[in-house]
Every structure is written in C-alpha cells, then in structure tokens.
Write a protein that binds this ligand. Structure first.
Ligand code: C2E
Ligand code: MG
Ligand code: MG
Length: 413
C-alpha cells in the first residue's frame, strides 16, 4: 500500500508558485500534478483522483472556496484532504477555508518544513481514515447482510453529522446563550453600546465559535428561529436593564441574510419591541456587507422599513465584501464597522492604515458612525483616535461577557 508514492495536485494561478511547490514536493518523493485555475483542477480530478490537494484561495474565476465546496460536497471526492494556501493572514480567510471542509491551511510564503509536515500528517490521517471507512463499511455490511451500494459512511460525514445533531439538540433544548461585548466611545472613553454574540458550549467539546455554527444553522434552516430568539432575548434584556440602575443601553444584534430573505425580520423585531416595551432606537441590526449583496431589492426595501421604525442599521465586516460605493449609497444605514482584518495590522501595515483612514473619512462624509472592531492594543487605539474613529470594540477594553459580569461593568460606568 505504501510503496506507491502519493500524488498531490497543486492548484494556483501563479506559475512560479506552482513550480516552487512542485519542486519542493517532488524532492520529498511525491508525484505531482498541477492546475492553473479552479476549473482546470476540477477537470483533472474528474480524470484522476489525487491523494491530496494544495489549493490557492485567491484565483481569478472559480476561487479556492468554491473548488473546495464542490469537492467536499461530492461523495467521490469528499475524502481527499485539502490544504488551502493563502497570502491573507486574517483568521476569517482561515475560517472560511476550514468551513468549506478544507483540512489545513498554510500561509504564503510557504515554509518548506511546514509544508512537508502538513502534507505528511494529512496523508497519514487519510490512510487511517480510509481504513476506518473500509472497516465501518464492512461492519455495516455484516450487520445488514447487504453489499456495497447501501452503506456509504465517510468519517468526514460522521463528524459533520455529529456536529449538526448536537447543534439541533442545543437549539431544541435552548442551550445557546448570549454574551455581550461593550463598544466604547472614543471621545468620552465610556461604554456607549453593546453587541450581542451567540455562544454555544457543546457538551464534551467546549465552546464552538459562532463563525462555525452560525453557517450550519443557516444550512439547517434553523437560523430564522434562533435569530428570532436572539432578538427576543436582547429586547427582554434591554427592558430589564431599563428598570434598574443600569438604565437605557443600545444593543446591536447580528442578523443573517437568511432572516431577511426567508424569515420575516421586520415582524420579529416589531413584535419583540412591542412585547418588551423597548424604544426602537435602542436596537441596532448588524448585517455583513456580503449578505447585503444578495437579493438587494428586497433587502433595501426591508431595511427601509426597519429604519422607518427607528431601528438602527449597521454594516458589519466592512471593507471585505467588494461592494461598490454606488451600491452602498442605496442602503439606508447608520453605522459602518471596519473589518477586524484591517485593524489587526493597522499600526504596522501602511496599506491597512490607509484603508482604515479612508473608511473613516468615507463614513463621516456620508454622515455615518464608524466603529473599529478587534482593537487589542494601545497602539491600535491611539491610531484610531488620531484617525477620528467614533467607537471601538475589542479585547483591549473587554471581551464579550456573560450578563452577570457585564452588569458589574455597566454599573461602574
Ligand atoms: P462579528 O459580528 O463581526 O463579531 C465580532 C467578532 O470579533 C466576535 O467573534 C468577537 O468575539 C470578536 N472579537 C471582538 N473583539 C476582538 C478582539 O479584540 N480580537 C479578536 N481577535 N476578536 C475580537 P465571535 O463572537 O466568535 O463571532 C463571530 C461571528 O459570528 C460574528 O462576527 C457574527 O458574524 C457571527 N455571530 C455571532 N452571533 C451571531 C448571531 O446572534 N446571529 C448571527 N447571524 N451571527 C452571529
Ligand atoms: Mg457583528
Ligand atoms: Mg465584524
């Protein structure tokens, strides 16, 4: 079994990178094939299944995310391990890559030793997974007395299915919770608002990131129900605080594009505000730039109705969604939140600094409020103050907190 060298497929639009990777990997004794685009890669894979794929994310035409989603969604190719390659250092690129089902992620420029170790380890796991798969097929066949066609259980499918089942159960048992992260007004240095963030403590596993489970809730068709619960809980919480020494607080909730398109976001919000007696200006909805770009006519109409009710609207993760400024002008918005990716290196990367300054100026010239998220250091804070940013959110001031801890902080303000 191990005598045949493994075949690795390299997919990258840059010829020098393909050449470099081929040289490195051949040197380690692997066979290589290469493709200059996502489309070409899929053609090659249809002819011959590689043992592992090194896949660039940013390519013209079909990008790496799309290629990985297609491969992982197809039973014949789902178990081929994928290592994604990217020059993007932000964690969202990694998370998006991992979400599509890719097993590993390597940053460019590629380190020879890291490449070799990751390839070796993944190939080992794959061999083990194939054996497990064969074993589970055999067992299943023995149990059912059936042949090959009925039993198709990939190890990969099992873990994904487990995750989905556990999440379904968490929703049924109302085991999801909310944490709140303070936003601080730079002019006064005081907490001016909060963002509600979903939390899931998966029994036996610990905390699972909402960046992972929210897309699964979307694909399971559960996000509308969960989203409605988030809105209700937040409104109830605002009402409770109003009656105590904490007083009125503005809270933003993250809203998925699915809630606008499949659900009735307006009705959900109107009913929560009425039920708990909350003033609309205390609530803000955060929509990502990406979700605004889908089904725009309907989205604009819904946002206009929300705005007319007095609810505030914020664009989350701004700067990464490729929306044009002409487009932006058509949305009724109050706030732009600069994506964490630009803030991370704002003090060391002149391009990120320039983008951040530009977004702040743009927001102000459109009379919008601008919030920077992911602020972790004093140096980032100083930069943002100097650049005229209105509010910040980040670990420097506070992590997202459970209600009891947050209340102590709010009472001190
Ligand atoms: P987001 O709305 O952009 O939320 C900001 C994320 O940045 C949060 O991650 C927050 O914990 C994290 N963060 C805050 N300050 C810092 C910092 O200083 N450094 C770093 N590295 N990270 C910081 P979290 O809670 O894991 O949420 C991830 C995403 O999941 C959110 O991104 C949002 O898109 C989604 N999400 C969370 N709750 C909900 C929800 O109730 N509904 C929907 N539809 N999506 C949600
Ligand atoms: Mg947000
Ligand atoms: Mg964000």
């Amino acid at each position: 079994m191990a005598s045949q060298p493994a075949t690795l497929l390299i997919v990258d639009d840059e010829p020098q990178i393909r050449k470099l990777l081929e040289t490195l990997l051949q040197h380690e004794g692997y066979q290589t094939m290469s493709a200059g685009s996502g489309e070409e890669a899929l053609d090659l894979i249809a002819q011959r299944l590689p043992d592992l794929i090194l896949l660039d994310i940013m390519m013209p035409g079909m990008d790496g995310y799309e290629v990985a989603s297609q491969l992982k969604g197809d039973e014949t190719t789902a178990s081929i391990p994928i290592i994604m390659l990217s020059a993007l250092s932000e964690s969202s690129a990694r998370i998006n890559g991992l979400q599509t089902g890719a097993e590993e992620f390597i940053s460019k420029p590629v380190e020879r030793i890291e490449l070799w170790l990751r390839v070796r380890n993944l190939l080992r796991l794959k061999t083990h997974g194939d054996q497990l798969k064969d074993h589970s097929l055999m067992l299943e066949q023995q149990l059912r007395g059936q042949n090959n066609e009925t039993a198709h259980m990939h190890v990969h499918d099992l873990t994904r299915q487990d995750l989905e089942n556990a999440l379904r159960q968490a929703v049924e048992r109302q085991a999801l919770t909310l944490h709140y992260q303070p936003k601080v007004e730079l002019a006064s240095g005081r907490i001016c608002a909060l963002e509600a963030l979903l939390r899931w403590d998966r029994p036996g596993y610990g905390a699972v990131s909402p960046a992972v489970f929210v897309p699964i809730l979307e694909s399971l068709g559960l996000i509308v129900t969960v989203g409605r619960w988030v809105i209700d809980s937040v409104c109830q919480q605002i009402a409770t605080w109003q009656r105590t020494a904490i007083g009125a607080v503005e809270v933003s909730v993250n809203v998925s594009g699915h809630q606008l398109i499949e659900g009735d976001l307006i009705a959900d919000i109107a009913s929560a505000l009425a039920t708990f007696g909350v003033a609309p200006h205390c609530l803000e909805v955060e929509l990502t730039e990406g979700s605004l770009m889908e089904n725009t006519q309907h989205t604009i109409a819904s946002l206009q109705r929300l705005r007319a009710m007095g609810v505030k609207i914020s664009i989350d993760d701004f700067g990464t969604g490729y929306s044009s400024l002409a487009y932006l002008r058509r949305f009724p918005i109050d706030t732009l939140k600069i994506d964490i990716a630009f803030i991370r290196e704002v003090t060391s990367n002149p391009q990120d600094a320039a983008i951040t300054r530009t977004i702040i100026e743009l927001a102000h010239s459109l009379n919008l409020r601008v919030v920077a998220e992911g602020v972790e250091t004093q140096a980032q804070l100083a930069f943002l103050k100097e650049a005229g940013c209105d509010q910040i959110q980040g670990y420097l001031f506070s992590r997202p907190l459970p209600v009891a801890t947050l209340e102590r902080l709010l009472l001190e303000r």
